[in-house]
Design a protein around this ligand. Structure first.
Ligand code: HEC
Ligand code: HEC
Length: 426
């Protein structure tokens, strides 16, 4: 090769390397300039914009702190199960933001759904991945008798409260005197209107007024647990500090996110369109969407909200039922509920607060890591049933990493005194 052209080759190589370096520096060190519209969006996601908890008209004890304390005791008490070994905290572990780290829950039997976080859940008008409950208290009734979860029975629970001095006193201070359950013929040790034949037979043999008395105790337990869960609220994360930094032009706070995370945030509210569903301070629109998640191995695809809607409308414990404290007009969510074919295989949009610490993901824990989640959205596969609302995103490898990194900035402490997170029974 002649000398000159070797020099030229060298010069070109240097120029290419320098320009790669400069563009790397540019991408890694330049704060994206946020437009006025983008800043508005960022503000709308900030924890400072979290409104006060909406009133739960169906639960007269929702904001009663003594009920919450009673609820905390019930939440952690393993006696409320078929084998005295399962409590709500078995699957909703405080240190894991009230999840369990498993793909699908493990209670009395192996479950089929992923245990969602309870932090911020009191803002959600619908409970469960398919929204089959319309309040926190009606939700809490379900796991207590579900054969996959606590597998207990309401009569068993009422007896525990009746015979435990501490519980009985707390219960009666809140709800008035307990029914006298000492007659075991009228109030069998275990009975409930559930699939289990033995429990169901025992329940059907009870007088209607005794069934009602037990139902009232069962519901009051759940209303107390709901009062406890209302306290489980998120506090500021690094993301919120960054937004604060933008609003108040605070150089220190602007350092809360790395350049890479900021780029991910830009994608989150822009090109990747996550904001369409994950919006507001809890990063959820509280609705149901079909995102084409493949069913878990050996499971039929979940019909999602299509099933949940059918169940909640006929649930005797819904907002319009006899055990609700709301008057029917206050049950707006239920009365004006959305229906339609798009609810087939649509699942509840989960909060993304603390999401880096609540793996695995999706309604049956189908995706193990956040990288897999981003790849899922990027490819947007055809839905097994219904219609996937997501379109492929065409993100580069680097963009996928940035988005993942950003999701890590959404973790933070809880906004309550840590004493509420302690199991009172150990
Ligand atoms: C065996 C594990 C297990 C136990 C025990 C358990 N849960 Fe859950 N929990 C789950 C799973 C799994 C789901 C999701 C189920 C579904 O959507 O079908 C869930 C859903 C919930 C939800 C709805 C959250 C949301 O975002 O929709 C709340 C609230 C909740 N549980 C509270 C409780 C309470 C209160 C108790 C105790 C009375 C309890 N759980 C006991 C596993 C469990
Ligand atoms: C069309 C609405 C919609 C859009 C857009 C959307 N999501 Fe979701 N997201 C959902 C729904 C619904 C689920 C639960 C799906 C399921 O379990 O079947 C979910 C679940 C998740 C989860 C799992 C959370 C958990 O606790 O299991 C993560 C993480 C997530 N989305 C991140 C994102 C990111 C990042 C984007 C943008 C690339 C995005 N989402 C775009 C609706 C949406």
């Amino acid at each position: 090769m002649p000398k000159l052209s070797r020099n030229a080759f060298f010069a070109i190589t240097v120029i290419v390397l320098v320009s790669i370096f400069v563009s790397w520096i540019y991408q890694h060190n330049n704060l994206p300039d946020w437009s006025a519209d983008e800043i508005k969006i960022l503000q709308s996601l900030s924890i400072d914009k979290l409104p006060p908890l909406p009133k739960d008209h169906s639960n007269a004890f929702a904001d009663n702190l003594r009920a919450a304390e009673f609820g905390r005791q019930l939440f952690f008490d393993e006696r409320f199960s078929h084998n005295s070994k399962i409590s709500c905290a078995t699957c909703h572990v405080p240190e894991l933001y009230f999840t369990d780290g498993l793909a699908t829950a493990a209670g009395a039997q192996a479950g089929i759904r992923n245990s969602p976080t309870l932090v911020g859940v009191a803002y959600s008008p619908w409970q469960f991945w398919n929204g089959r409950s319309d309040s926190q208290w009606s939700q809490a009734l379900a796991p207590l008798e579900n054969t996959l979860e606590h597998a207990g029975s309401r009569t068993q629970f009422a007896h525990i409260i009746f015979t435990d001095k501490n519980y009985r006193q707390r219960y009666e201070e809140l709800f008035g005197s307990m029914p006298n359950l000492s007659n075991k013929k009228r109030f069998p040790k275990a009975a409930a209107p559930v699939d289990n034949q033995e429990l169901n037979n025992a329940w059907q043999a009870m007088q209607t007024k005794d069934q009602k008395a037990v139902n009232v105790v069962f519901v009051n337990m759940a209303k107390s647990i709901a009062a406890y869960q209302r306290l489980l609220q998120p506090a500021s994360s690094r993301f919120d500090n960054y937004v604060d930094g933008i609003i108040n032009n605070d150089a220190e706070k602007l350092k809360s996110l790395s350049k890479y995370e900021i780029a991910g945030l830009k994608l989150f509210i822009g090109k990747a369109q996550c904001i369409n569903c994950h919006n507001g301070p809890l990063l959820t629109n509280n609705e149901f969407h079909n995102t084409g998640i493949i069913s878990a191995a050996r499971q039929l695809p979940s019909l999602g909200r299509a099933t949940g809607l059918r169940i909640v409308l006929t649930d005797p414990f819904n907002c319009q039922g006899e055990f609700s404290d709301a008057d029917s007009k206050q049950c707006k969510e239920l009365r004006f509920v959305k229906t339609g074919d798009e609810l087939i295989a649509a699942h509840k949009v989960p909060t993304l607060r603390n999401v880096a610490d609540t793996a695995p993901y999706m309604h049956a824990g189908q995706l193990t890591t956040l990288e897999e989640v981003i790849e899922h959205y990027n490819l947007a596969p055809l839905a097994m049933i219904g219609h996937n609302e997501i379109k492929p995103l065409q993100l580069s490898g680097k963009e996928k990493k940035q988005l993942t990194k950003f999701l890590h900035s959404l973790s933070g402490p809880l906004a309550i005194d840590p004493k509420w997170l302690i199991n009172p029974h150990i």
